[in-house]
Design a protein around this ligand. Structure first.
Ligand SMILES: Cc1ncc(COP(=O)(O)O)c(C=O)c1O
Length: 267
């Protein structure tokens, strides 16, 4: 097929580049003993989720219940919903997903814990929980210290909830080997201190989940981190083509046709 025959707008993915991106990250995670639970929000395609699992991912991450429902088609042995799920309707749907595969939810409030606990008890289904910590991005997450320990203790008190560990998302780190180096080091120190404190309190996490695409290849430098959840790396879209990843190629392109042109010189 010639490119001019495409109905536009069309999304074009270079499968060879995408496969290289997938393999590169799977190899990196394996070589550093990091669990890979890639975020599927970038592609939302079960066949791609399946490919990530076949290349060694331990599970898949989604942002919301509807994505979890779709990703069941990838037959993951494990699904992380990386955002608090609240409200009767969504919780009911989440528990339906949890009847089909192992589900873990990341959350950051007592209210979210209690709602999840009530729904899990009503459905007689067990769920894993990660306590979400703010690593400086300021979007979700409790502060390390008393807020975090209180949240974990609340999770531990719930009969159908399993405290699995902590999660954070360093979404403000965009340029390593550049402007964000200092902040990345601060996150490393914060993580070390937080894990020391949790161990002292008898709340040591099994899972310490972080890792975005821009910070990807520095993940092993964060002491104690044992899981990464990059998402954008699959296509490495040009809007988020990070300087540190300059050796990557973008697998996705948009193709559009010009159907009208304003009069006058070309703009
Ligand atoms: C909680 C969470 N984890 C992981 C990711 C994936 O990060 P990235 O888009 O940098 O690959 C995202 C993206 O928004 C996220 O919100």
């Amino acid at each position: 097929m010639n490119i001019s025959e495409l109905e536009t707008p069309a999304l074009i993915v270079d499968l060879d580049i995408m496969e290289r991106n997938l393999r590169r990250v799977a190899d990196y995670a394996a070589s550093h003993g990091l669990r890979l639970r890639p975020h599927t929000k970038t592609h939302k395609i079960p066949a791609l989720g399946r490919r990530q699992l076949d290349l060694g991912a331990a599970g898949l991450t989604v942002a919301k219940v509807s994505e979890a429902e779709v990703m069941l088609a990838a037959e993951p042995q494990d699904l992380l919903v990386a955002y608090p799920v609240t409200g009767e309707g969504k919780l009911k749907r989440l528990l339906e997903v949890a009847r089909k595969t192992r589900v873990t939810v990341a959350l950051d409030s007592e209210s979210a814990v209690l709602q999840l606990s009530e729904a899990a008890s009503a459905a007689a289904v067990d769920l894993g929980v990660l306590a979400e910590v703010d690593a400086g991005f300021g979007r979700v997450g409790v502060s390390p210290g008393p807020e975090l320990t209180a949240l974990i203790r609340t999770i531990q008190r719930q009969p159908r909830l399993r405290y699995e560990g902590i999660a954070f998302y360093p979404g403000h780190i965009r340029n390593l080997d550049g402007a964000d180096d200092e902040e990345f080091m601060r996150i490393g120190e914060q993580l070390r201190a937080m894990l020391d404190e949790l161990r002292r309190e008898g709340l040591a996490p099994n899972i310490v989940s972080g890792g975005s695409t821009p910070s990807l290849f520095h993940s092993h430098e964060l002491e104690g981190l044992n899981e990464i959840r990059p998402g954008t790396y699959v296509f490495n879209t040009s809007t988020r083509c990070f300087p540190r990843l300059a050796s990557w190629r973008t697998a996705r392109r948009q193709c559009s046709s010009r159907s009208s042109r304003p009069p006058g010189p070309a703009r």
